[in-house]
Design a protein around this ligand. Structure first.
Ligand code: ADP
Ligand code: MG
Length: 389
């Protein structure tokens, strides 16, 4: 399973002197489901096109099974692509759309053009119809299919040639939410059933977490972090990743010693270590990791400034010394109430400062009352001090 199949080594891509991919280093294992995740314009499609052979990197190497393939054209790579616009043939039925690639004569080692026997084509098409759950739809015209069914045909057509790798560029973007969730499970199932490496592109973090073995978070043409969905969520490397994946309160802190971080002049136990003494850091606290307690028992005390009912929980915004936190809780604390909070050591995650420090993680924009409440209670002598230990 964990055998390396593809490697991008120091890949850079420039268009007209503008760098859009900057020093990409990445390997993809055989049979892995790897997702490139990031905001629009970060370089996901460009990375995919380099892997597919539609672009040659300006510098750096692309390796397949350890062999450099920079200048190998797409049709000579055992890699297929599913595009967002499915590009099916509208005048052909489902069966013929899937069979299309199999009917193209292949040149064998001795230079002869050979066609697959009709029997084998039929067997392979029927096998694919089974896998994508479209048995019985063989004779349907493409125009008589729903969006989800068209997507399945596109996937079957891309897989019928048995590529080692399938590239998928935002393949579910055109589908509505419910169908998208169904297709996420479906794609995952197909990938496991066929044992094919999937390289998937999306800007949807939930989709990336739900489907992937490995997530590659990108921004500004650079890889920000590579890891399992759990790694990326629980141990984000910088404020960009913490903000992009899930909801996060991101605060300025000072690492006083291993396992002790200071926020708002109060010391909190954490599990992080290996920082310089008194190093300035960014601290992530997820909204679901904050416990609400009576005001006099809190490590910090604040005022609830907004409450939104979300079905599973309430999203509440709480003002602590002018900084607005998002807390998710099943207990209702009404607007205006004073609350205390407690955070367990494993609910605190400390990150090094980065170019993204200070850009994310305050929920002020959730509340109109910011101006009124944000005046200066914050300080060592301020309210609520003395309970930090
Ligand atoms: N052929 C091209 N010529 C010039 N600029 C391009 C070309 N392709 C992509 N870009 C630029 O490269 C950047 C990354 O694009 P892309 O890889 O498509 O991003 P994503 O897929 O993450 O949205 C964007 O700024 C885009 O405008
Ligand atoms: Mg794209």
């Amino acid at each position: 399973m964990a055998k390396e199949l593809i490697r991008l080594s120091d890949c850079t891509m420039s268009f007209d002197g503008e760098v859009v991919l900057d020093g990409i280093n990445l390997y993809i294992n055989d049979e892995e489901f790897l997702t490139l995740l990031g905001p629009s314009g970060c370089g996901k499609t460009t990375t995919l096109r380099i892997i597919g052979g539609f672009l040659t990197p300006t510098s750096g190497d692309v390796l397949f099974d350890g062999v450099r393939i920079n200048s190998v054209p797409p049709h000579k790579r055992t890699i297929n692509t599913v595009f967002q616009k499915y590009a099916l043939f509208p005048h052909l039925n489902v069966y013929e759309n899937i069979a299309f690639g199999l009917r193209i004569p292949k040149t064998d080692a001795s230079g002869h053009k050979a066609r697959l026997p009709e029997g084998e084509i039929d067997q392979r098409v029927m096998e694919m119809l089974e896998i994508v759950n479209l048995r019985g739809f063989e004779k349907r015209r493409i125009t008589q299919l729903s969006g989800g069914q068209q997507q399945r045909v596109a996937i079957a057509r891309a897989l019928v040639n048995r590529p080692r790798v399938l590239l998928l560029d935002e393949p579910l973007g055109a589908l509505d939410l419910k169908l998208r969730k169904d297709m996420q499970n479906e794609l995952k199932r197909i990938q496991k059933a066929m044992g094919i490496t999937f390289i998937y592109v999306t800007h949807d973090q939930e989709e990336a977490l739900a489907m992937s073995d490995t997530v590659v978070v990108m921004d500004g043409g650079k890889i920000q972090q590579i890891g399992t969905p759990e790694d990326i969520y629980n141990e984000p490397k910088n404020a960009f990743v913490a903000d992009f994946i899930g909801e996060s309160n991101i605060l300025d802190g000072i690492m006083r010693q291993d396992g002790v971080v200071e926020l708002f002049n109060r010391r909190f136990q954490c599990l992080d270590k290996g920082f310089e003494k008194d190093e300035a850091v960014d601290v992530v606290i997820r909204p679901e990791d904050i416990d609400i307690v009576p005001e006099d028992q809190g490590q910090l005390r604040g005022t609830v400034t907004s409450v939104t009912f979300k079905g599973m929980q309430y999203d509440i915004i709480v003002d602590f010394y002018g900084f607005k936190w998002l807390i998710q809780t099943t207990d209702l604390s009404p607007v205006g109430s004073r609350i205390g909070i407690k955070i367990d050591p494993d609910g605190i995650h400390v990150m090094r400062k980065s170019q993204y420090s200070g850009m994310f993680g305050d929920y002020s924009s959730y509340s109109e009352e910011y101006e009124e409440i944000s005046d200066a209670n914050y300080g060592p002598e301020g309210e609520g001090s003395g309970d930090e230990e």
